[in-house]
Design a protein around this ligand. Structure first.
Ligand code: ATP
Length: 369
């Protein structure tokens, strides 16, 4: 069993800086957990506390049932893979992987079996005699993983393991790591600031900001049901569009007024604003670029959510086009079909998919609906 429990974990550095504030998380056996957030949010500090490389200022950390706050890193049954793979340059791939086992006085034939098994999983069998300098970045990264795998740890900790690789290799390694997780059946905790990596790898994602956990959820839920403005803006690329809007209640209907344009909310969403007493208040309307449509058919079927503007930027990305335009001083992006006729300077109409509208409280930045 490799469950982990983090209760009220805090980290205050000797200079008084609070890097992690009241972190709570129950991690189940075999989960692939991602810590994601902007630079300096406390992801690495949290991971290093789990590894035992950083002292826990307060709170309780359990691996399985064992309280490990004061347990040495080497006795925690975890393996850590860093972004700079830290391979020994004078050793072969085989020796790099075997090194930790030799130190632990594991019998030679057992070491041989473990290294070869790991090499097979990571497709390194043909490279065992090479030195690191004769390997590509991706191969080096796999050796670093191999070194962790041979230890047969209960938990893998990975701190931005792909950040030194080029874009193409990152995509490949992402798939490798996903496979590795399935094959090994271990718990993985993985730190990244890259939201795409987080979305594609994680079974659950922990979004952090300024040392505080913002939301813990499945990739799908984080994307479709962000709890606050920060999570909504951080997950997804291009970013969710955010527009200031004044809420106006007319009977049971609720309109969000953006300048002269009124966007009518569907009944269930409208009710949340009525119940929350938002009539007359400025809120934030959030809509993802893929939910802003420019097709004639969509616009005709959605007369209550139409916006008009002039295209300022046209970006062809191959399978899709991003149209950028200004609405009341805010740049809005629509991700549309590449067959769109719209080009820079054209006056366009777009319609929002009303069911996909998010509304946030401007003061608390929490989601209303
Ligand atoms: P990045 O993505 O840039 O690695 P991160 O989310 O992993 O960022 P941490 O490395 O955990 O962030 O750092 C969290 C905060 O703690 C940062 O503001 C950092 O400056 C601060 N910090 C880190 N180490 C120390 C230290 N030894 N003493 C004081 N403050 C520190």
């Amino acid at each position: 069993m490799a469950s982990l429990s983090l209760k009220n974990i805090c980290k205050v550095y000797p200079n008084g800086f609070e890097a992690v504030k009241d972190f709570n998380l129950e991690i189940e056996d075999k989960e692939f957990i991602i810590f994601v957030g902007p630079s300096g949010c406390g992801k690495s500090t949290t991971l290093r506390m789990i590894a035992g490389l950083e002292e826990i200022s307060s709170g309780e950390l359990r691996i399985g049932d064992r309280l490990v706050n004061d347990v040495e890193p080497k006795d925690r049954d975890i393996a850590m893979v860093f972004q700079n793979y830290a391979l020994y340059p004078h050793m072969t791939v085989y020796d790099n992987m075997a090194f930790g086992l030799k130190l632990r006085k594991v019998p030679k034939d057992e070491i041989d079996k473990m290294v070869k098994e790991a090499a097979k999983i990571l497709d390194l069998e043909k490279l065992l005699d090479r030195k690191p300098k004769a390997l590509s970045g991706g191969q080096r990264q796999r050796v670093a993983m191999g070194r962790a795998i041979v230890r047969n740890p209960k938990v893998f900790l990975m701190d931005e393991p792909l950040s030194n690789l080029d874009a193409k290799l990152r995509v490949q390694m992402r798939i490798e790591i996903s496979k590795l997780h399935k094959n090994l059946g271990t718990t993985i905790i993985y730190v990244t600031h890259d939201q795409t990596e987080a979305m594609t790898l994680g079974t659950r994602i922990v979004v952090m900001k300024d040392g505080l956990v913002q939301q813990v959820d499945s990739p799908q839920n984080l994307y479709t049901k962000p709890k606050n403005l920060f999570v909504a803006g951080f997950m997804g690329s291009p970013q969710m569009n955010m527009l200031d809007a004044k809420a106006e209640v007319k009977g049971e209907d609720v309109y969000l007024n953006i300048g002269e344009t009124a966007i009518k909310l569907p009944p269930a969403k409208a009710k949340k604003l009525v119940d929350g007493g938002y009539n007359g208040k400025t809120v934030i309307l959030g809509i993802r670029p893929e939910n802003v449509h420019d097709s004639q058919m969509f616009i005709e079927s959605s007369p209550n959510t139409v916006l008009e503007s002039t295209v300022s930027v046209y970006e062809l990305l191959g399978a899709e086009v991003n149209l950028h335009f200004d609405i009341e001083g805010t740049t809005v992006t629509a991700r549309v079909d590449p067959r769109t006729q719209a080009r820079v300077g054209d006056k366009i109409k777009v319609a929002l998919d009303a069911e996909k509208i998010h509304v946030f409280d401007k003061e608390t930045e929490l989601v209303i609906t």
